[in-house]
Design a protein around this ligand. Structure first.
Ligand code: KIV
Length: 271
């Protein structure tokens, strides 16, 4: 199965089959219909309507101010521009801090926004929330490693899972999240070896951002890739526009490099 040649809609089954067959999954964030359409056409498999919208579009310093209403609005725009890729939407800060809110807000992203999967960031409550969403038939991506909604707790953006106990805990959390029903795991800013070990242990696709090459797929923030994100680009993001003649070519090159295992190199990974 090659996503460059097939045009069928990507579903959770497609993503699972890609993991099984060793086809790398190309993912990217988008926040509107125009970019969603470009990403879809260049063969991106999974589009994330990220709460990074708060930083790269709205100009906030963190993702924390993003509201449910804003996530629903941006999800609607992305869904409208897309045909083939699967669309997942971030659940914003504190929108899943208890069972009833989690179910109500996930349902809104699916029913009103048109998302096909929701993403939650790691916290001690996440396993229970993933289980509840799974029981309701809502596909879930569980985000581990650096979880930007907890930035004030961390006291800064830094690589997670470097200490032995932290690595063990992340590996165990990943296992529990899969057991609770997570359809996809996303690892952000994790040492390459730990990400590879979590990927080898899991039966669901593992997508990395700053997690090295030995995972099932890659995701980056769109505005970093086309070099228009405000502030300093993260160390694990690559500017694809630099070598390309157009945004379309830059994004096509990203998909090619992910599919061929050429991105990320060590330069964009952590050890
Ligand atoms: O919101 C976002 O863009 C994300 C990515 C960093 C994975 O969660």
């Amino acid at each position: 199965m090659s996503s460059q040649t097939i045009s069928e809609k990507v579903t959770t089954r497609t993503l699972k089959a890609m993991k099984t067959e060793g086809e790398r999954i190309a993912c990217m964030t988008a926040y509107d219909a125009a970019f969603s359409s470009v990403l879809d056409k260049v063969g991106v498999d999974l589009i994330l309507v990220g709460d990074s919208v708060g930083m790269v579009v709205q100009g906030h310093a963190t993702t924390i101010p993003v509201s449910m209403e804003e996530m629903v609005y941006h999800t609607q725009l992305v869904v409208r521009g897309n045909e083939r890729a699967m669309v997942m939407a971030d659940m914003p800060f504190m929108s899943y801090s208890n069972g009833p809110d989690c179910l109500k807000n996930a349902a809104t992203l699916i029913k009103t926004g048109g998302a096909e999967m929701v993403k939650l960031e790691w916290g001690e409550l996440e396993i229970d929330m993933v289980r509840r969403l799974t029981e309701c038939g809502i596909p879930v991506c569980a985000h581990l490693g650096l979880t930007p909604q907890a930035i004030h707790k961390y006291g800064g953006y830094r690589v997670q899972g470097r200490e032995e106990y932290a690595a063990k805990k992340m590996q165990e959390d990943a296992r529990l999240l899969e057991e609770a029903g997570a359809d996809v795991l996303l690892l952000e800013c994790v040492p390459e070896g730990l990400a590879a070990s979590i990927t080898a242990d899991s039966n669901v696709p593992v997508i990395g951002i700053g997690a090295g090459a030995r995972v099932d797929g890659q995701i980056l923030v769109l505005y970093d890739v086309i070099d228009i994100a405000p502030g300093k680009r993260t160390r694990f993001s690559k500017n694809y526009l630099e070598q390309a003649g157009s945004i379309q070519d830059a994004l096509k090159q990203y998909v090619t490099e992910v599919k061929e295992g050429l991105f990320p190199t060590k330069e964009y990974s952590f050890s």
